[in-house]
Design a protein around this ligand. Structure first.
Ligand SMILES: C[S@@+](CC[C@H](N)C(=O)[O-])C[C@H]1O[C@@H](n2cnc3c(N)ncnc32)[C@H](O)[C@@H]1O
Length: 435
């Protein structure tokens, strides 16, 4: 295989499946259901901007496509900020979620909890108590040097005080709501912003007069809390999802065989992004992780979509000839920013095979599984993740009904030039499977 063979290689792969809507010729991040930006219009979904998430519109459409109703059971084994589970709840469906990142799992939990008028009243009361706190200067600084630099020094003291106040509040749903509202505002108060695969220093740091850092932080928490309270409706109360802060590879140990009607998910894409770096601020400042060991544990449990850890003996018997004998040898000949990428990709598909194998077991006969996924590119070679997942799923026993292309994706200008002649394969799709 060489570069000139790639267009025919992708075409042959596509010809094996019912690939629909594959004549798009311009990339866009808008006008599609896969994009989390549409969540901003939806109650509860708008509480945290989990940019890796998909939209509730996509979830609703998928529920309708398969005629789900109150008696259906839905599972999202990579549930992130809980979009699938939050929609299922409103529709009165039982749902199950798995998520390795404890911060993302916390977002899901808060968004899908049942609340009473009393919980909301206690939340308001805690919020007004926070406004009255007596600030202390003797709270210990974080041991993590990076965290110390994440806020300007007055703001750091304020954030430590707010955290201390919440930590000492009695356990209750109101406490979780306030903790959530606070954690959602950390980035805005900090000197850093999420960018690409991690945090970058802001060009424009938050502006407040000296001595007003508390007011700045409190105003943001208050406004977040207000929007959460506005969204509250007792009618939203419905089945609370079963949430496992665990890897998808624990699915078969926790979920009954042939009990699920629909599995809908979007796995991390094979693009080297490490979620523990992207959500570093929230994970560490929110004390979801307290040591590099904790952080490493999340990395090791997560899908091999990044190169920040090595997993020597996980599912080593994986083999997909189109990946292992064709794409990876070509990729190994290229100059890559890290030579771990080919092994990462092998690990990614090996992990996905295991995940799909377990999903297959828990799905009812006739049940559906929809995967929202994006292809990626390295050194001008597109990794056709959607078709590879379809091939792996077929090997397990799934029927592949469709690969519905949702949009072409925007890539770095370097990759853009190198993949111009094959860019129709640089796409985000929904792989639709049936048992
Ligand atoms: C693309 S996001 C899913 C977003 C979700 N659809 C939403 O709308 O919020 C993928 C998620 O998979 C999680 N993840 C990674 N490896 C996992 C594993 N082995 N088991 C379960 N979840 C995992 C990541 O932490 C991330 O939150």
């Amino acid at each position: 295989m060489n570069f000139y063979d790639l267009p025919a290689f992708y075409e042959i792969l596509d010809s094996k499946y019912n690939v629909t809507n594959n004549e798009l010729d311009s990339a866009t991040y808008t006008n599609v259901d896969c994009n989390f930006v549409f969540s901003a219009k939806y109650a509860r979904h708008r509480w945290f901007n989990y940019k890796e998430g998909f939209s509730p519109i996509l979830v609703e459409k998928t529920f309708d496509e398969y005629g789900l109703d109150k008696n259906s059971v839905v599972c999202d084994p990579f549930c992130g900020a809980g979009t699938t589970l939050a929609v299922a709840k409103v529709k009165g469906m039982k749902s199950i979620g798995f998520e390795v990142n404890p911060f993302a799992a916390f977002i899901t939990k808060v968004k899908t909890e049942d609340y009473t008028q009393k919980d909301i009243a206690s939340f308001k009361k805690l919020l007004s108590e926070l406004e009255q706190i007596v600030l202390r200067n003797d709270l210990p600084l974080p041991e993590n040097e990076y965290l110390k630099r994440i806020f300007e020094s007055e703001m750091l003291t304020i954030q430590l005080n707010i955290r201390d106040f919440i930590r000492n509040a009695p356990e209750s749903k109101a406490k979780s709501l306030l903790f959530f509202a606070w954690i959602c505002t950390l980035e805005e108060c900090s000197l850093y912003r999420k960018a690409g695969n991690g945090l970058k220093i802001k060009r424009k740091p938050p502006e407040y007069p000296q001595g007003s850092a508390f007011q700045f932080a409190y105003d943001r928490i208050f406004s977040k809390a207000q929007s959460m309270i506005e969204d509250y409706s007792e009618e939203d109360n419905g089945p609370v999802p079963k949430l496992f802060v665990e890897s998808v590879t624990n699915l078969e140990a926790n979920v009954e065989q042939e009990s699920i009607d629909l599995i809908l998910f979007s796995p991390p894409y094979a693009n080297c992004f490490d979620y523990t770096k992207i959500y570093y601020l929230e994970l560490w400042f929110g004390e979801f992780v307290n040591s590099t060991g904790d952080q490493k544990k999340i990395r090791m449990n997560s899908l091999r979509s990044h190169c920040h850890a090595t997993w020597p003996d996980r599912y080593t018997n994986f083999n997909l000839p189109e990946l292992n004998d064709q794409i990876l040898p070509l990729l190994r000949e290229q100059k890559l920013w890290t030579n771990r990428i080919p092994d990462m990709l092998n690990g990614y598909f090996a992990d996905m095979e295991e995940a799909l194998r377990q999903m297959y077991k828990t799905l009812k006969i006739g049940g559906h599984c929809s995967i929202v996924v994006s292809n990626s590119a390295y050194a001008g070679i597109i990794i056709p993740t959607d078709v590879f997942l379809a091939m792996i799923a077929e090997k397990i026993g799934f029927k592949v009904n469709e690969i519905a292309v949702e949009r072409l994706i925007i890539t770095s200008s370097q990759q853009y030039k190198k993949t111009e002649h094959i860019r129709k394969y640089l796409r985000e799709s929904i792989v639709k499977l049936e048992k």
